[in-house]
Design a protein around this ligand. Sequence first.
Ligand SMILES: [Ca+2]
Length: 330
Amino acid sequence: MANFSKQICVFLSLFVAFSLALDHNEPGFLKRQHSLIKPYTGSSASIPNWDYRDATMITNSFVRLTPDHQGKRGSLWNRIPVYLRDWELIMSFKIHGGGRTLAADGFAIWYTKQRMEPGPVFGSRDQFSGLGVFLDTYKNGPQAVTFPFITAMVNNGSMNYDHAGDGRQNSIGSCLASFRNKDFETSISIRYVKSRLTVSLNVDDGMDWRECFDVGGVTLPVGYFFGVSAATGDLADNHDIVGVKLYEIDAHRPQGEDDGWGTAVPSVSFFKPPLDNTDESAAGGFRNTAMSGFKIFLIFICALLGLGVCVVVGFVVFQKRQEQSRKRFY
Ligand SMILES: [Ca+2]
């Protein structure tokens, strides 16, 4: 009997594990127009629905954003805007190079209004509108953490990426992950469901996904583009993208739900401050600007109340003195 229950337990655990694995492998409805699946059909010089530029090179089994050479940049962008409210992007990649521990700079995964615009942020433009997830392989800042390091930033188009601090100033979440020079394929999942952004990694051998960070209150409008870009500096790496799968997630939204999502401005309702950033003046960002406005308003109200109390107390004291002087007079 004990054996039988043990068998049932094993069966149930296997079933749960299998369902979970299946859930992460096929989390929703695959959207082929936003996916990049081997073998990439089309001529060797083009991939349907995708554009690329600069150093990017297409092979039969991967797209190389940069080779392991100094001073290169490359990018790959989906051509079709994404009109999905809830989605999960799973990207498999291979970052490898001659440097055993020293390499640069890593790559960025984008969901932005702009596309195909080169610039200083992992090969793409700064002051972007939307989401950037950065898989950073080179430590620019002085912070005592090991690299590679993953951060993410939501931008309304006004903020600059914090290069000197490896993106920590505006980071909405981060984690450490060793993903360079692996013999097997490594993957990242970016899941955006009901304004919740969850980044998970599969960078260890096997099928184990682990959460990098999870943050709620994230607004990302529809109609933006997925892209990926990479850059090298004095140090370099091969930044290879093996595949991209975009799934539409059924979040069971009520029918006729308010849909101002096309014109929404990218934002995060709460801003998790960087771990080792104690310099308040350096903690810039549009949410902090809104916060200082609110602070000024509070200070103004307090000052007004204080003034009111002073006037009342002053008046009462004045009245009492008048009464006392009148008593003395009589
Ligand atoms: Ca860096």
